[in-house]
Design a protein around this ligand. Structure first.
Ligand SMILES: [Mn+2]
Length: 322
């Protein structure tokens, strides 16, 4: 069992340790990468040794975060001298390459159903982004927020709050963003690169998503299920497929939307709900997790068709119970 700690304990932890190795989740997004950059830069500013880690590296579409000097893609053979910290990683399944079995000294997260093996857990389930938690920690550490840190945190928070539009956005989130803006960052550019910039491969994935839209239960549930063959046909890399999630949820009248797609040998389903239905509860039926309005589950070796049946039945049951 991990020890739930509060903000001052989390700050004391960071002050009291050194040699940080900060883990980010697979299929990394701007929240996990931006939070890690900000943590590493701030710990270094305190004179500590710190580096962030992602086995997949930092995706090309997040290149604007200039993560190179903060990240490495290989682990040292001996992890024992390091203080292992995870940020924005909700479950061992969001780690890979054997890292699933690690126990972390500290897990910093905003996912209610955090199941990371850790000695200390610092979690705010009501925050829209891990970046907002890290922002407060850095303030607590008394480190100045320079443009690098401000840009990384702004990207983290803006990304996970949907550009400050999701209902997870708090008044405090806006104050944090305002302070980050004061550092002189080009926030308009960050938002454009996060939300309004798509590669030709991403456009091809979007086109595929529109072709594959399925309407169930009178349009209350909208689903997109794509196979590896579909993705291979259009030459899409895994990092291009994130845009899939944005298509079904825009359909008016849908209470729940879902995207099913393979990632290597893993089958993944991510769900969104607009209101009334907790997709976290549906995900939990299949050992997954997430938030009320955004959650998912995955299984090694499952087929698209199996997942289609599972999710259609589970959503159908929920809709019936309304
Ligand atoms: Mn996050």
């Amino acid at each position: 069992m991990s020890n739930r700690i509060n903000e001052s304990e989390a700050i004391a932890f960071l002050e009291g340790h050194d040699n940080f190795l900060i883990f980010t989740h697979n299929s990394p997004d701007a929240d996990t990468i931006g939070s890690a950059i900000a943590l590493v830069a701030s710990l270094r500013a305190l004179g500590k040794t710190a580096v962030a880690f992602n086995r997949e590296g930092v995706p090309e579409r997040l290149a604007f975060l200039e993560a190179k000097e903060y990240f490495r893609a290989e682990l040292p053979c001996d992890l024992s001298p390091f203080t292992l910290v995870s940020v924005d990683v909700a479950s061992p399944k969001m780690l890979s390459g054997g890292d699933e079995t690690l126990t972390f000294a500290l897990s910093i997260d905003h996912h209610e159903i955090n199941s990371i093996s850790c000695d200390n857990l610092y979690l705010h389930a009501d925050y829209p982004a891990a970046g907002e938690i890290v922002y407060e920690l850095i303030k607590g550490l008394g480190v100045g927020i320079d443009q690098t840190v401000a840009g990384a945190l702004y990207a983290a928070i803006s990304s996970d709050s949907g550009g400050f539009r999701y209902d997870s956005t708090r008044p405090e989130t806006m104050y944090a963003a305002a302070e980050l803006m004061r550092a002189g960052i080009d926030f308009a550019k960050i938002n454009r690169l996060l939300f309004d910039s798509k590669s030709p491969a991403q456009i091809a994935v979007e086109k595929l998503a529109y072709e594959k839209l399925e309407f169930h239960f009178g349009g209350k549930f909208v689903l997109v299920a794509v196979t590896q063959e579909d993705l291979d046909r259009i030459g899409a890399e895994d990092s291009d497929t994130e845009v899939l999630n944005q298509i079904p949820r825009t359909v008016a009248g849908a209470l729940v939307s879902a995207v099913i797609k393979p990632k290597g040998t893993l089958m993944k389903c991510s769900m969104r709900s607009n209101e009334m239905i907790s997709v976290a509860e549906i995900a939990a039926q299949f050992s997954g997790g997430g938030h009320y309005h955004a959650a998912g589950f995955s299984k090694e070796g499952a087929t698209v068709e199996e997942f289609r049946r599972l999710v259609i039945d589970a959503v159908g049951e929920k809709l019936e119970s309304l």
